[in-house]
Write a protein that binds this ligand. Structure first.
Ligand code: FAD
Length: 499
């Protein structure tokens, strides 16, 4: 397994195809270092003996010890551990750990490439190609981005109907050696600090959309790929340092006549499998949210409780209610993910067929619980921001800059008027408001909320998944029976659970 420094050294050797604010930058440019340090935590923690069971796994492909972020889930236990590792690491950095897109895309493609080959009866070699990719991913302990979201142009048109045919990433040309792709994947988290990029479709596809059913894996500095990155750093502190600097990056990935050799292609034209891949990545990613979002809940709870303490209102009734609300959302999100892990099987939900065996035997979390958990906790982010705003009061938006505290002309008076709770040092109170201002009122804070709401799919996508997969008909039959209507069956649900 690699160390954090190995990871940084790898990034420093990559070709310069990352653009930021009008300039081409090195991957290890200072502006990206906070984000690199966040991902570096996944290397540091995996190396600690006490985290061995949680942060490392044994590869079912090679038998080697690997970082769990490169693992294919082979049991319920693996799903539980991924959830718990994600929560633990996100707690450490006070936000997203920035490495789950790769593991989620890897698990999705692992299953879909197998099923696509099965249907093509030996014509394609996607799964073997992907297993080679996974083996290298595991052995070299790489970071991969997951590039799903397309530009999508006019939302009311399907891929093949768009005026610009590259509004969704597509196969522009096929040659005997590979495919040429064109288009743009956007909002792709941590692509600018990843070794590899896995690309796959964003939605269900029809036969006429088959050029959009494309999945492949390439190094993040591949020829024909340019990245334009936005970087979400908080203001650099010069005097009153923070303990941890959380940060993230998101890229537009521009594929301009980009050639992909067949051995890096995992799907090329199988539109039905393209749709399943889109849904399966979303499912694994929503399962990851059942680890990260509870950790963000832990962070928000800690902030809310401290804000109340700094303001010396921590015994007030309305504060207790708000803390309880944060805890309930956090732990319901965790419980949904726990159940999704525990009911995990090598099965997926197929419309009209229910849950059916799928893939070569790796474990897939239960869809209803992944979607319920992510939707509930994703939608809660704005309410949680409201709670922080409420308990903190206005100081969080107007707290003076650090040099005004260091200035002898103003510092002493500012410190005097910072003091609220007599039992807490004023310096700690000042540090707390600096941090909370950065958390709640910065560009980074805004991006975090939008990301937590839309990342993994907007709530509407989860609601569609839940309502199409949930057995609403059985519930109707039970109520028909209880109400004395025709067509009732008081045993309709019990029969299902006995199966
Ligand atoms: C910070 C951040 C990080 C992200 N990281 C990643 C990443 O690493 N990898 C990745 O692949 N993606 C990533 N995403 C993308 C994320 O998954 C998408 O933002 C999400 O799926 C919503 O897609 P969209 O942004 O295109 O919004 P849209 O789909 O455009 O949604 C906007 C509105 O239009 C509605 N709408 C859209 N289409 C229709 C329709 N046909 N009919 C009716 N209403 C419609 C939606 O319901 C919504 O209300 C990230 C997003 C953010 C904000």
């Amino acid at each position: 397994m690699r160390t954090k420094q190995d990871f940084i050294n790898g990034l420093s050797k990559m070709k310069r195809n990352v653009y930021f604010n009008g300039e081409r930058i090195d991957r290890t440019d200072e502006v990206q270092m906070d984000c690199i340090n966040v991902i570096g935590t996944t290397y540091d923690e995996a190396a600690k003996p006490e985290n061995e069971g949680l942060c490392t796994a044994v590869s079912h492909l090679t038998g080697n010890k690997i970082n769990r972020f490169t693992n294919i889930h082979m049991s319920k236990e693996d799903l539980h551990k991924k959830q718990d590792m994600t929560r633990m690491l996100c707690q450490k950095v006070g936000g997203c750990i920035q490495r789950c897109m790769g593991i989620d895309a890897t698990n999705a493609i692992y299953n879909v490439s197998f099923e696509a080959d099965k249907v093509k009866k030996g014509e394609t070699n996607y799964h073997e190609n992907f297993k080679k990719w996974v083996t290298r991913f595991q052995n070299e302990d790489l970071v991969s981005a997951g590039a799903q979201t397309d530009v999508k142009g006019d939302r009311m048109l399907r891929p093949a109907e768009q005026p610009d045919p590259s509004a969704y990433v597509r196969i522009k040309e096929r040659t005997k050696d590979g495919i040429v792709v064109e288009g743009c994947k956007l909002h792709i988290s941590e692509a600018s600090v990843s070794d590899e990029i896995l690309v796959f479709p964003t939605r269900a596809l029809r036969p006429e959309d088959s050029d959009y059913a494309v999945a492949f894996g390439i190094p993040a500095d591949w020829d024909g790929l340019k990245q334009v990155v936005t970087i979400h750093n908080v203001k650099k502190r010069q005097i009153y340092k923070r303990g941890v600097h959380h940060s993230g990056t998101d890229s537009y990935l521009l594929f301009d006549n980009c050639f992909i050799p067949w051995e890096k292609v995992f799907l090329a034209g199988e539109y039905q499998h393209g749709g399943v891949l889109a849904l399966l990545f979303a499912l694994f990613h929503r399962h990851s949210y059942s680890g990260c979002k509870p950790a963000i809940g832990d962070t928000i709870l800690g902030i809310a409780a401290l804000a109340a303490e700094v303001n010396n209102v921590h015994k007030a009734e309305h504060v207790r209610e708000k803390l309880a609300e944060i805890i309930m959302t956090t732990e319901l999100g965790y419980a949904a993910g726990y159940t999704a892990s525990d009911l995990g099987k090598p099965e997926v939900y197929m419309p009209g067929m229910g849950f059916v065996p799928y893939g070569p035997g790796s474990y897939i979390p239960h869809s209803i619980y992944c979607n319920v958990g992510r939707c509930l906790s994703g939608e809660a982010v704005w309410r949680e921001a409201e709670i922080l705003c409420d308990i903190a009061g206005g100081v969080v938006a107007t707290f003076p800059f650090e040099k005004d505290f260091a200035n002898p002309e103003t510092g002493e008076l500012l410190m005097r008027y910072t003091k609220r709770n007599p039992k807490m040092p004023a310096e700690d109170q000042a540090q707390f408001w600096r941090y909370l201002g950065e958390y709640l009122c910065s560009g980074m804070g805004g991006v975090t909320n939008v990301g937590n709401y839309h990342g993994g799919g907007s709530p509407i996508m989860e609601q569609i998944a839940i309502t199409t997969q949930y057995d609403i008909e059985s519930r109707k039959k039970v109520i028909r029976h209880i109400a004395g209507m025709s067509g009732g069956d008081g045993d309709a649900l019990a029969k299902k659970s006995r199966k």
